[in-house]
Each structure stands twice: as C-alpha cells, then as structure tokens.
Design a protein around this ligand. Structure first.
Ligand SMILES: Nc1ncnc2c1ncn2[C@@H]1O[C@H](COP(=O)(O)OP(=O)(O)OP(=O)(O)O)[C@@H](O)[C@H]1O
Length: 334
C-alpha cells in the first residue's frame, strides 16, 4: 500500500506521562482518515510529531516517505495543518499572513499574492483580506486557518478539530470544502470529537485510547459490529415487555418504554419480520416500526469505555521544540 503517513512503534513521553505507547499506523494516500480518541488520548501529540512541533521519544514517523525529523523540510512542505488552537500573527492583514507563509515555504512573491487570494476565495473570506486576524469572527478564524493550511497546496491536510465551536452552516460548508479537496486527491487526516463528522466523512478511522491504537476500520465496519435496535410501537401495549421466542438466542435486550417495545440484537433487521409475526400472533396491533443501526458514537464509547486515559487534562509543562508556535506564527508550521 502507498502510505501518506507511515508510523512504526511511535513513542512519546512527557516526563512521567506516556502520551504515545508504540503506535503503528498507515494512512493510505488519498484517503479521508479519522483519528478518534477521548480527551488526552494522544491525538494532538501524534499530529504535532508529524509537523515537527513535538519531538518523538522513539519509533519512526514518515510522511510520503520523508522522515519527519531527518527529512523535516520535505515532510513539512507536503503537510497543511489547520490546528485546534489559533496561532496566527494577529497584527497583520490576513492576506499578508498568507503571503508570509507562502514565502516561508519557498513560493515566489509574485505567486504568493495570487495563491493567497485564491485560498481566501475558496474558504469564503476574500472580502476580509485586509482585516487582521483578531478582528475576524470565530467562524471566519476557522475558515482562515484552513486557508493558511491550503496556501502550500499540501498533499496531506491535517485538520485538528476543524469544526469545533462553529455553527451548522459553517460546519456543512467546511465539510463540502474538505470533501472536494479529498476528491481531488488530497489525503486528509481529521481529528474530531463530533463522531458523526467522522461517520459522514471518513473512509477509515483509527481509534486511539491512552496512547495506543485500539482499532483501525471503516465506520461501516465498526457500526456493523454493534447491535441494532428494532422499535415497535403498539396500539395496545402490555403491562410489561412480552416474552418473545423469535430470535431468542440473539436478542440482547427487550424493553417496554410506554407503548414502544425496543428490541436490541445484532443484525436486528433480519430478525424483524419474525418479531412482527410473533407479536401479531400474540394479538398486538403494530402502529409503527423502525430499525436503527448502532451509531459510530455508540461503538466508540463502548471501545474507549474502560480507557480512563491518562487522567490528564491540559498539560502544564510545555515540551515543544524551539521551533514551535512562535515560529508558526511567523510563517512556519501550520
Ligand atoms: N506539552 C506537554 N507536556 C506534558 N504533558 C503533555 C503535553 N502535551 C500533552 N501532554 C499529555 O499527553 C497526553 C496526551 O495529550 P494530547 O493533547 O496529545 O491528547 P489529545 O488526544 O489531543 O486530547 P484532546 O482531545 O483533549 O485534545 C495527555 O495526558 C496530556 O496531558
């Protein structure tokens, strides 16, 4: 497989905290890949290692075959990062910020202006080109960090919580935009706490918990593993859930909630006709009927339930490289 990201035995320790504990991962070229995990799982650390903001403690990390430390420049030039936290030079008009960043990546001045205009149009804030970052609304700031990630026409776009705190309209705009980018060949690595976002967009997800990958699969595959629910509304509900012999071995739970009978079972859709026939035989009148699949969110919660992670919230100490956020603000990084 051709990998955009190839990770082997990746380790990161921050003093006593083992943020990554021997991670192996391949992100295929051209894929839309989700990195999911509860707070403190190690997602940002993982991303920061890829973009050179954090030094790994062990293992290897390559982006399109370039080692993120030994071939830093090459790796970095192929990545566009839209980070979770805004780290933008606040005092310059945003078009200039983009031009500086283009310059940092070796794009000639004559071309930098055109590119800046193009990405500002693409994310829908061209009319704000002469405004400084501070004066943009929260949603415009999100659009801007995406524009900044796109200025180098990256082959790998890393989006760390791209839709955190944005309204529904913008979320949909951003989804459309990143889907288009993916369709035109850009590999996308997305971290998000909106599991629905990953379910909708990603063709594969990795679940990271307490610094370890616990699963890599497509959202479809993961959802297929959870049980489904059949909800049957009855006109004449009984006092308590009736005993059902249909699919007895498969049914995990039967619950009566008002006039709704909820049956939980794997592949419950296959069981549904039998359930309906049996209820009919027993004299129940069925008014409404619905089958719902387990959501990715339910599977995710189940998989990470025991992972109390490291118990850390925000880090106190900062263990970043010298070329960290300050450098990014000046043109490097993101
Ligand atoms: N600079 C740092 N110094 C010390 N510990 C850190 C540092 N950065 C992260 N950690 C710790 O490493 C672990 C992983 O943190 P990380 O920020 O990578 O997780 P995350 O999955 O991105 O979390 P979230 O979803 O909350 O953003 C946590 O225990 C965190 O406290």
């Amino acid at each position: 497989m051709d990998s955009a990201i190839r990770i082997r035995d990746l380790e990161k320790e921050y003093g006593e905290v083992r943020a990554l504990k021997g991670v192996d991962l391949d992100v295929p070229k051209g894929s839309f890949f989700g990195l999911l995990g509860p707070n403190g799982a190690g997602k940002t650390t993982f991303i920061n290692i890829l973009v050179g903001l954090v030094k790994k403690s062990g293992g290897t990390a390559e982006v399109f075959g370039a080692d993120v430390e030994d071939d830093y420049r090459e790796a970095r030039d192929r990545i566009g990062l839209a980070p979770q936290e805004f780290n933008v030079d606040r005092f310059f008009p945003i078009r200039e910020v983009l031009e500086h960043k283009a310059g940092y990546h070796g794009i000639p001045k004559s071309e930098a202006r055109d590119r800046a205009d193009e990405v500002l149009k693409r994310v829908g804030i061209y009319d704000k080109r002469d405004t400084r970052f501070d004066w943009l609304s929260g949603g415009m700031k999100r659009r801007f960090v995406l524009a900044r990630a796109l200025i180098t026409e990256p082959d790998l776009l890393i989006l760390d919580e791209p839709t955190a705190g944005v309204d529904v309209q913008l979320r949909h705009d951003l989804w459309d935009l990143i889907t288009e980018l993916n369709e035109s060949g850009t590999t996308i690595l997305l971290t998000t706490h909106y599991i629905e976002e990953a379910e909708r967009l990603c063709d594969e997800v990795a679940i990271l918990d307490s610094g370890q990958i616990v699963e890599v699969a497509s959202p479809e595959e993961l959802m297929g593993r959870g049980p489904d629910k059949v909800t049957i509304s009855l006109r004449n509900p009984p006092e308590s859930a009736p005993h059902l012999s249909a699919g007895r071995d498969k049914i995990q739970d039967i619950e009566l909630d008002g006039d709704e009978l909820v049956v939980t079972a794997p592949e419950a859709g296959l069981l549904a006709p039998e359930l309906v026939r049996e209820l009919d035989r027993k004299g129940f009148e069925i008014v409404h009927f619905d089958i719902s699949r387990t959501s990715l969110e339910e599977v995710f919660v189940e998989m990470t339930r025991t992972g109390e992670t490291t118990g850390n919230e925000s880090p106190d100490e900062d263990d970043r490289d010298d070329s960290d956020l300050a450098a990014i603000a000046g043109g490097d990084g993101a």
